[in-house]
Design a protein around this ligand. Sequence first.
Ligand code: FE2
Length: 277
Amino acid sequence: MRGLSDTQKRSFDQDGVLVLPDFFTPDECDSLRDRMADIVNAYEPSESDTVFSTTEQKHAQEEYFLTSGDKIRFFFEENSDPSLPTNVSLNKVGHAMHDLDPVFSNFVRKPKMAQLARDVGFKDPLLLQSMYIFKPPKIGGEVVWHTDHPFLWTDPPSVKGFWVALEDATIENGCLWCLPGLHTLQPKQRFRRKEAGGTEMQIFDNTEFPTEKKIPLEVEKGTLVVIDGLLPHWSSANLSDTSRHAFTLHIIEGSANYLDDNWLQRSPEMPLQGFEI
Ligand code: FE2
């Protein structure tokens, strides 16, 4: 198996982002899409509190989110109409398919993924979070400029995202945009659990990212994009007629300290695992 070239490793170090076309075959992408279609078909919407809500439901929704770190749960687009069928109104499903579902586990635990993790610097990679992102046509919402480390904080910073295009991603359907090289900036915020319950965003620096030099990552189905945990990225709303399905896996370093007031926590029965199980 061919790993990253030295040029690719250097490019990732310099830019904080690396685009790898044809990392997955169309068939591998379709296997994940088909499996998610089955998971969505089997889902009973009544078991969750959706975004269509009163203030009281907000609390239940937050609990549903905060306890999803070791489960497979369903999150809806804010602008979706409650009368729409589930499969066209989902924003994402997360956050532990990679440990709970055999098809997702096989997808993330392919030897080429473990090799890539080593090549971008992991010594003892732990698979923290998986998300299936739908970005549905017309209603798929914007994801504002952010970096991932503030949401999945380790000391020292270690999280990296493996973002996989399961369909072609274009400017029209809401592809990722990023600011290459700005992964060198200090984190501006941190999302964490409050002692009294609920969550808060701590702000260390309330300046905006300088987005003049943003570049679009228009990529074809099967492309994997490695995103450093401190690389600013953004995606626009999907106003097109096509969906933009993607899968993300977030990995942290085993020796780094994962903070116990991070929003995503595992129960003791389901500790984080690496590529080998
Ligand atoms: Fe992100």
